[in-house]
Design a protein around this ligand. Structure first.
Ligand code: PCA
Length: 208
């Protein structure tokens, strides 16, 4: 691979809440390693407040990717949902994987209340729609670890010297996780196809 070629980091999460797998990492790890000459780097991050964001920021400062696409699982949703906004609050309904359960705490003390995604959200939605996978914008990434990481990355992108695009895409459970239950889910193959279509939009944006 060409040295200094454009690169995009895509992250997925470890399982949490007592589940065996996390649909986000299952989909992310199946993405191609390269799209149109752009390296697609993949990282599995722990479902932990603090550490999750630290790991991604450490990668960003070291590797200087042109874009960071954070992916997480939103059990119960029926669509792939690109997130519009991250808010400056940690408020956990369930403890994270280390038992930490912050309530009403700012993520970055004194920083902005919210940041909008800098990914081309509407184009991503159109591309996922075009491959026939259910997709919808989401106006809340929640207040758990996903929102935490999204906020940390957008804060970095807005304050660091080297700009990069970043934002978050939630995916539903994959069918393998919910067999026999009446819970919304998509076949893993469809989540993968939809996610790849979204990543391709970001590749185009990086190359533009
Ligand atoms: N989903 C959780 C955290 C990890 C994940 O995959 C969330 O939506 O916050």
């Amino acid at each position: 691979m060409v040295e200094n070629a454009a690169k995009i980091l895509v992250t997925g999460f470890t399982p949490f809440g007592g589940k065996m797998i996390n649909a986000s990492w299952e989909a992310v790890k199946r993405l191609p390693d390269e799209i149109d000459g752009v390296a697609i780097r993949k990282l599995e991050i722990p479902t932990l407040f603090g550490v999750s964001g630290d790991i991604v920021l450490e990668f960003v400062r070291r590797e200087k990717p042109h874009a960071v696409i954070l992916v997480g699982e939103a059990g119960g949703r029926k669509h792939i949902t690109p997130e519009r906004v991250a808010i400056n609050v940690d408020d956990a309904r369930i403890p994270d994987n280390n038992g930490w359960q912050p309530v009403d705490r700012p993520i970055v003390e004194g920083a902005r209340e919210a940041y909008f995604s800098t990914l081309p959200v509407r184009k991503i939605i159109a591309a996922i729609e075009a491959v026939g996978v259910p997709v919808q914008i989401s106006n809340s990434a929640g207040t758990y670890v996903c929102n935490h990481v999204m906020y940390r990355l957008l804060h970095e992108a807005n304050t660091a010297e080297l700009p990069f695009l970043t934002g978050f895409i939630h995916v539903p459970y994959c069918e393998e996780q919910v067999t026999g239950k009446d819970t919304p889910a998509l076949p893993l193959q469809d989540i993968c196809r939809g996610l790849e279509a979204g990543v391709r939009v970001v590749v185009e944006a990086v190359l533009a």
